[in-house]
Ligand binder design. Structure first.
Ligand SMILES: [Zn+2]
Length: 149
């Protein structure tokens, strides 16, 4: 760690403390000028890249996912806060996986599962697009599964 006073690269750690949020603070002394300074380290959770169906990768886009869910929830009694919470939960789950890349299917499945709990009409709308239900028979099969479940 470079000394902020003389820019020397070597320093000695004289004290290490951990805070409640998982961060580490180190008190250091420069080996060149003897000045003391502190460094703070914390880990940052990274959201994995999303592998799209055509094989390309894209950054997880919180706003884009919210928009897709809000469209499915149009004119349904679903509070915007619930959509935000679902997207937040999905992002946290992705981060907790600790992987560099995740298939877009994983994200889609989490949306489907979340919407199923929140609003069945919104769920069917999203499923029609996401599962590619493009004929009445498969849409009816999905509705039947909901009614039975
Ligand atoms: Zn120094």
């Amino acid at each position: 760690m470079r000394c902020p006073y003389c820019r020397h690269d070597e320093s000695r750690v004289i004290d290490t403390s951990h805070d409640t949020r998982g961060g580490v603070r180190r008190r250091r002394e420069c080996e060149n000028c003897g000045q003391r300074f502190s460094t703070y380290e914390r880990s940052i959770l990274a959201t994995p890249l999303i592998i799209k169906q055509d094989g390309t990768r894209e950054e997880f886009d919180h706003e884009k996912l919210s928009r897709g869910i809000r469209i499915a929830c149009a004119k349904r009694p679903v509070p915007a806060a619930d959509v935000d919470r679902l997207v937040g939960e999905i992002e946290a789950t992705l981060q907790a996986m600790g992987r560099a890349e995740v298939s877009s299917r994983v994200v889609g499945d989490m949306v489907i599962a979340g919407l199923k709990e929140m609003d069945q009409i919104a769920y069917i709308r999203y499923a029609i697009v996401y599962l590619g239900l493009d004929d009445l028979r498969s849409i009816r099969k999905e509705i039947d599964r909901l009614l039975e479940g």
